[in-house]
Design a protein around this ligand. Structure first.
Ligand code: AMP
Ligand code: MG
Length: 269
């Protein structure tokens, strides 16, 4: 079995420098090996999700964060392509709208957490409220500083009430981001994804790294751990993320409900 433990962040101080975004450790066979492996991982994930849905007493929340071009959309597309759409929900969080910004920052989050039997994926999340908000000074430090604790308390509550939580940070290098942004500019069917403001964000690269490290250090907990996934190579990222989904679900060990008693020997006419 592929070992996901090296990617899991222990509570406490974290330095992103100790994670190589270029790594393909454990998949030395490269892209071909990864593609073959992804095919069987998709089947495994689909089978586990069928059980979770049928059992309908547990729920899984997966939170995806990454810098622009980090690969959140592609990860969702590749990793979840085999599962029954009925039991999976994906929510993407952009800039808060007028109603959202008039509420506390967890208001728009809590309403979308998973119900029994469901896997919910957040593409960006409440973590933006200690990332972009911190980096761009959208609220004063005295306000964002308190949010790490709120977030831990919120996730603790979800966990106590039966939601399994895993958080995944896709880590790419600054050079990889340069190539991906250039690609978006150069390829007509990708340019819709490019915004001039992406360059302003890129100029804040170091500030974002600092904010990511604070997020990882202060909010990776036993009940809601962060995983840092090397994401320069898309095929490696897909395999690692699939394994995180699968091994988390295996830990939840969902079971098909028992059949109603008295069905033995029944014939349908
Ligand atoms: P995209 O993922 O390319 O659709 O971009 C979504 C944008 O929304 C990103 O630039 C995020 O930084 C921004 N965003 C998400 N959540 C927040 C938030 N809570 N406050 C401000 N900006 C946010
Ligand atoms: Mg964008």
């Amino acid at each position: 079995m592929f070992d996901i433990s090296p990617f899991r962040i222990a509570p406490g101080t974290t330095s992103l420098k100790s994670f190589d975004p270029d790594s393909n450790a454990g998949i030395e066979g490269g892209k071909a090996e990864a593609k073959a492996s992804l095919r069987s991982l998709r089947h495994e994930l689909a089978a586990l999700q069928r059980r979770l849905w049928a059992e309908s007493t547990q729920k899984l929340l997966v939170i995806l964060q990454a810098i622009d071009t980090g690969g959140k959309d592609g990860t969702i597309r590749h990793v979840l392509s085999g599962v029954n759409p009925q039991g999976v929900k994906v929510y993407s969080y952009g800039k808060p709208n007028e109603t959202e910004i008039a509420h506390d920052y967890l208001w728009r989050i809590h309403r979308n957490t998973p119900a029994n039997g469901v896997i919910t994926v957040f593409n960006r999340s409440h973590y933006e409220d200690v990332l972009v908000v911190r980096v761009k000074n959208l609220v004063p430090q005295s306000v964002w500083e308190k949010r790490y604790q709120h977030i831990n308390d919120f996730e603790r509550m979800l966990s106590d009430e039966g939601t399994t939580i895993v958080k995944i940070f896709l880590s790419i290098s600054k050079e990889e981001q340069r190539e991906r942004l250039q690609d978006r500019l150069d390829e007509p069917d990708k340019s819709w994804k490019f915004q001039k403001s992406d360059l302003d964000e890129r100029a804040l690269w170091d500030d974002y790294q600092t904010a990511y490290e604070a997020m990882l250090s202060r909010t990776s907990t036993e009940f809601a751990p962060w995983y840092v996934v090397p994401a320069n190579r898309r095929w490696y990222r897909n395999v690692v993320v699939s394994n995180i989904f699968i091994q988390t679900l295996q830990g939840m060990n969902p079971q098909f409900p028992e059949a109603e008693p008295g069905l033995e020997g029944l014939i349908v006419e």
